[in-house]
Ligand binder design. Sequence first.
Ligand code: TPP
Ligand code: MG
Length: 648
Amino acid sequence: MTSTAGTVRLTVGQAVVRFLANQWSERDGRRQKLFAGCLGIFGHGNVAGIGQALLQNELAAGEERLPYVLARNEQAMVHTAVAYARQKDRLQTWVCTASVGPGSTNMLTGAALATVNRLPVLLLPSGTFATRVAGPVLQELEAPYAADLTVNDAFRPLSRFFDRVNRPEQLPSALLGAMRVLTDPVETGAVTMALPQDVQAEAFDWPVELFAERVWRVGRPLPEAIDITDAAALIRSARRPFVVAGGGVHYSGAEDALRAFSEATGIPVGESQAGKGSLPHEHPQAMGAVGSTGTTAANALAGEADVVIGVGTRYGDFTTASRTAFQNPDVRFVNVNVARFDAGKLSGLSVVADAREALIALTAALDGYAVHPAYRDRQAELWRDWDARVETAHNPPAEITDALADGVLTQGTVLGCVNELSDPRDVVVCAAGSMPGDLHKLWRVRDRKSYHVEYGFSCMGYEIPGGIGVRLADPDRDVFVLVGDGSYLMMPTELVTAVQERLKIIVVLVQNHGFHSIGSLSESLGSQRFGTAYRFRNDATGRLDGERLPIDLAANARSLGATVIEARSRKELEQAIRDAKAAPADGGPIVIHVETDPTVHAPDSESWWDVPVSQVSDLDTTRRAHDAYTAHKAAQHPYLAPTERTER
Ligand SMILES: Cc1ncc(C[n+]2csc(CCOP(=O)(O)OP(=O)(O)O)c2C)c(N)n1
Ligand SMILES: [Mg+2]
């Protein structure tokens, strides 16, 4: 590296690493490194360019660090980065580097997951030669109709910002654009900078100020006074108001403001998956989960509500029970959201602002207003009734447990044991299968950052890499990864990364020989659980309804280097959790293998999820399901009535 006045000569790869190591975020006067490090898998495309730069960074004394972590699967490393960002309230994340072709396209699912969940991650897919001198290179896509197309163009629809750096001169604007989007609470998501392999290795004289420390302030946009006045007037007119708390409550750190708001007004709070834990479980206004996987308490109140106050929610179909959750014909919505896009949903009165700031302003504007005491009593009564059902799910009666096969538990028991024996600050991680819904209903949250269910993309395989991201973000908390056998089989690989980094994650691997979730869904839709169990092809029928597959997932986990405990009773499960808790913090992953019965369900939400059923069919089961579907469909509302503002 030679430097002349005002410039420094580095490769594009070296410049990228040096720049990223000098980026900071700041909110409420606290600064932190924007990037904790770089996750990657090397191949041609990044081994020499970015890889050489990361090596040089690791070996150099006194330089700003960008620590490198080798992952096992590129999709998984994006999950790790995203989970980290979520645990850090979007103030910090990771960089992900991948090789040309499949290494890069493996990150597409992670990119979609990040963007859907509005979580920041910086992706650096590698590209084939910008010069095209020796094309087509190994793993290059040749499109006869578009010579400039590469597989990395597939990132465009999944990214909130995309650039391809074909010349070194383009790098500064690409980097600055990427940082702007990553640190903007409205825009954030996957940010992709495609780097052709020859460009990564190319040297250039960079202005030294490119590498100066930069601090990106994460804003708290204030609400407009007139929106608060209008929102307060609408809420004051309400007799049965109801809050839907979404992930934005967490990302804004608005939990205390929400608590003050609901305590002052007595307005009950239901939570989406991303918003769960906005209020602790025992808070009098906490009605728990709302929607398709909601509590009967939250769903009853949502059904009657005359004003729904959405805070930091994108009103996904599980949250609105596919737009059947709010049945009051006169229901109106007030939507507090930092993104105008979300604030306008369901024809709501939009309060475009940071959740914390808007809640503080609304609480002040509602001074003197509170719901009728009878409405508070109703909340308490509905909650008592629901909580008793949770208790029974956690501790099922003998008539249920006696009917279980030897060594098999109910899923409710497993969740109850983990909930009870984990510390309040421990984090539960999950993403797909039947457990997200059951956790949404049954998990008693005691700490704001202790519930981490990825349900924007609900991606099978997220659980273990996600758990790694949470543990990296918060090494003081134990992390309980709850993963089904189906999800585990999609991505057990990152157990190896947890071994390598000596990361203690406690994986509760719930074996039920297939898809409990989709099996039940299939049955309810008249599709007879078709293709949802892990079974041999049956010689007699030619169908997948033979004996259970002899899969030993405990042995699989052991072979990857994890410590494995097999629990065959409630007592053994409790002991396994205690042993895992007591294990050393740097001892690597622990897998608790437990078998459950997929025919025992969590208590009913008395709610619905819209999944269309075939309108014509040869099967009785499908025809019956279609009749039921049509009846549910009648309860669906478009929520198009404009929310009027006060006359002035
Ligand atoms: C990557 C991906 N593929 C498919 C699905 C659809 N899907 C949702 S849950 C599920 C089955 C999950 O099985 P398992 O992890 O064993 O959980 P269980 O349903 O048994 O609780 C499937 C296939 C998905 N969410 N993600
Ligand atoms: Mg399963």
